[in-house]
Design a protein around this ligand. Structure first.
Ligand code: KG4
Ligand code: ZN
Length: 342
């Protein structure tokens, strides 16, 4: 093993084409993200074929930029880490094929990374003190998972959403109240800047009967839609900032309640938030308060490392690489890859 280990990370599972070079699993030397959000906004969500086509166009320039920003060349890279699932199959295939081609042509070892493992590992970038074991709440556009991180690369899923992901609920509600895509940051900003009242409307806090850690957000989304329709039918004006604040509170209450229950039940001392929704200011504030009250240390990444990026993939790839978990040239995209499977 060389003194310094440099990993080139590649991420293309959804609508971000990203590449990054990370040193020794913690130090980000470059982090290039080409976001396709503007292309998909007009459709109100990600269009898979458009995403794949754009990844093909952007992936080489994004990787070249990541290498040049880090001031390294391929011969300095110890391993290439690529997201191979879960995600959109056509989008994943672009990154996987690219990583395999570079690996083959330049003779660099290949590592396949689970996208959610990447989100969790984003926390290592800015928190040198963070080491497993800890609890992690992964909340993104596609996933809502409560994960017990037992060791590097060792995960136990305690809870997951039964229907919509937390970010998906944000996106759908934002669309219904006319804020557009992607909804999470728009709801967050509106509530913060216009001081929406979280107590204005009482929306349900869904609990899933047979599991204390699972989530369900589709009922909440329907409750918001029903509220809007019934107010409209009765000729009442909808105060968007208050509906947004009340919805946001209903989501964050459940995310905090289940996360805190898990960390306390397991006797852990640390919890790390991850994924796009982890940059939500109300969620962070609510966790901050609950963790201070219970003596738990709270971690979350900067917003740029919460949403999809390749630095988190390189970090996760580093921990797999040093364990010797390399991929072969049969590595394929696995759209519904489960955490903990290889
Ligand atoms: O992690 P991510 O980039 O992609 C997935 O792996 O899904 O997460 C994107 C999701 C979107 O649903 C977006 O609305 C949500 O994260 N999001 C937020 C915020 N920033 C992004 N949700 C709530 N508040 C935010 N500030
Ligand atoms: Zn993601």
């Amino acid at each position: 093993m060389p003194d310094d280990v440099l990993i080139l990370g590649i991420e293309s599972s959804c609508d971000e084409t990203a590449a990054s070079v990370v040193k020794n699993g913690r130090e980000v030397l470059s982090n290039i993200i080409y976001s396709q959000i503007d292309l998909h906004t007009v459709y109100g969500g990600v269009v898979p074929e458009i995403a794949s086509r754009k990844h093909i166009e952007k992936i080489n320039p994004v990787i070249e930029q990541a290498l040049s920003d880090a001031d390294v060349s391929l011969k300095d890279i110890d391993a290439i880490a690529v997201t191979y699932g879960p995600g959109l199959v056509g989008a994943l295939l672009v990154g996987v094929a690219e990583a395999k081609a570079i690996s083959f042509a330049a003779g660099i070892p290949l590592v396949g990374v689970h996208h959610i493992e990447g989100h969790i590992c984003a926390n290592y970038i800015e928190h040198a003190d963070l080491k497993p074991p800890f609890m992690s709440l992964v909340v993104s556009g596609g996933h809502t998972h409560l994960v017990n991180v037992k060791d590097y690369g060792e995960y136990e899923i305690l809870g997951r959403t039964r229907d919509d992901a937390a970010g998906e609920a944000f996106d759908k509600v934002a669309r219904a109240i006319g804020l557009g895509y992607p909804g999470g940051p728009k709801i967050d900003k509106l509530v913060r800047e216009e001081k929406g009242d979280p107590e204005a409307v009482t929306f349900p806090r869904a609990h899933v009967g047979d599991s204390e850690y699972d989530f369900s957000f589709s009922g909440l989304k329907s409750a918001v839609l029903n509220y809007i329709n019934s107010e409209k039918m009765q000729g009442r004006e909808i105060i968007v900032k208050d509906v947004a604040a009340s919805f946001q509170k209903a989501v964050t209450d459940v995310l905090v309640e289940h996360g805190m229950k898990a960390v306390l039940d397991r006797g852990e001392k640390k919890i790390a938030l991850a994924g796009g929704v982890a940059s939500n200011s109300a969620l962070r504030a609510a966790y901050d308060e609950a963790c201070k009250r219970e003596g738990i240390t709270l971690y979350y990444p900067s917003p740029v490392y919460c949403t999809d990026n390749a630095a988190m993939i390189a970090v996760a790839g580093y921990y797999e690489y040093i364990k010797g978990n390399l991929a072969g040239y049969d590595l394929n995209a696995v759209p519904n890859l489960k955490l903990g499977e290889r």
